[in-house]
Design a protein around this ligand. Structure first.
Ligand SMILES: [Zn+2]
Length: 100
């Protein structure tokens, strides 16, 4: 079984357990709030990469800002600068992609 984004069920379960807050801005997920609602994110924008190392949960605000930008480029954006999101503040699953 895969969800509507093509993410396998076991990956989905693992990521939900791992990511309790936005992997980018660290805002805790709160399903009651629209701005901190969790959304599925492909860290590398390739829907063929559906492993737990590329799938993460981030808030709607970060997802909308990142959209289809390359991670490294997005981290230089005004949005990230304003929110103080950088390679040192992101979750470890994201950091791994920046170390490559
Ligand atoms: Zn966020």
């Amino acid at each position: 079984m895969a969800n509507r984004w093509g993410i396998p069920q076991d990956v989905e379960t693992a990521v939900i357990a791992r990511d309790q807050s936005c992997v980018y801005c660290s805002i805790p997920f709160d399903n009651m709030s629209t701005t901190s609602k969790k959304t599925w994110e492909h860290i590398i924008n390739d829907t063929a990469l559906n492993g737990a190392d590329n799938i993460a949960l981030c808030c709607r605000s970060c997802n909308a800002s990142k959209n289809n930008k390359v991670l490294k480029d997005w981290l230089q954006s005004p949005y990230c600068q304003r929110k103080n999101i950088n390679k040192n503040t992101v979750a470890s699953v994201v950091k791994k992609h920046l170390e490559k």
